[in-house]
Ligand binder design. Structure first.
Ligand SMILES: [Zn+2]
Ligand SMILES: [Zn+2]
Ligand SMILES: [Zn+2]
Ligand SMILES: [Zn+2]
Length: 227
């Protein structure tokens, strides 16, 4: 499996954007994301990039209300990307742990990355950084702005589109399989097909049987339907 750069899709207008702060910020001003409504109550929001620490081809950009706690960001990451069986998680600034009770505006600073770890046994490591602070009249606490396009994996055995991953082979950076190769895969013959995990659009793909998000938990984050 080779690492690749992925473009993202805007959850408001569905246009594609490149993964860099300049393209993202310029799309923010072009798109309806920042068209202010006539509501009077203006609040501070942070535009935050969330990406796989070792798999940056998985990335999201969210707009989060400045006074929500880190706990809400934790919940969001669990809902969209990592939750499998209620493992522990934590944020850190590289030196020390960050309390889940802090407001995000106290934590995020331009140029500083925040680390997130979910499940200390088979960890998924994620990094977060501030792109911009804006004012908005949105009343939602967290909205998805961009999400990386689904990554196409090819079957390691025949080259067709892969749909399943073998977590044993994943340790050697392979193990993406199409349906017909999965049936004959040597690890499956040895250990049964229960070991296989579906390929999902998340840096937790293949870990601890993770099967992706549930629509009912993530719908609220998308302004115009799940992308
Ligand atoms: Zn847009
Ligand atoms: Zn688990
Ligand atoms: Zn195949
Ligand atoms: Zn295998």
């Amino acid at each position: 499996m080779t690492k690749m750069k992925t473009t993202g899709i805007c959850s408001y207008c569905k246009k594609e954007v490149k993964k860099n702060a300049r393209s993202i910020v310029s799309h923010l001003s072009d798109c309806e994301i920042s068209k202010k409504s006539n509501k009077e109550k203006v609040s501070e929001y942070l535009i935050i990039l969330i990406e796989g620490k070792y798999a940056p081809e998985y990335w999201l950009v969210i707009k989060a209300k400045a006074d929500i706690t880190m706990k809400k960001i934790d919940k969001f990451i669990r809902d969209i990307w990592v939750e499998c069986c209620g493992h522990l998680s934590s944020f850190s600034d590289g030196y020390s742990k960050i309390s889940m009770n802090w407001e995000i505006s106290q934590i995020f600073e331009k140029g500083h990355k925040i680390d997130y770890e979910y499940d200390f046994g088979t960890p998924t490591e994620i990094s977060l950084s501030l792109i911009q602070e804006i004012e908005d009249t949105d009343d939602k606490e967290i909205q998805m702005l961009f999400r990386n396009k689904e990554i196409d994996f090819t079957c390691d055995e025949c080259g067709e589109k892969a749909v399943i991953i073998c977590p044993i082979c994943l340790y050697e950076n392979r193990g993406t399989l199409c349906e017909s190769c999965a049936e004959k895969h040597s690890c499956v013959i040895k250990s049964g097909e229960e070991i296989l995990s579906p390929i999902v659009n998340s840096p937790r793909v293949g870990e601890c049987g993770y099967t992706g998000y549930e629509d009912r938990y993530v719908e609220k984050y998308f302004p115009n339907g799940i992308i």
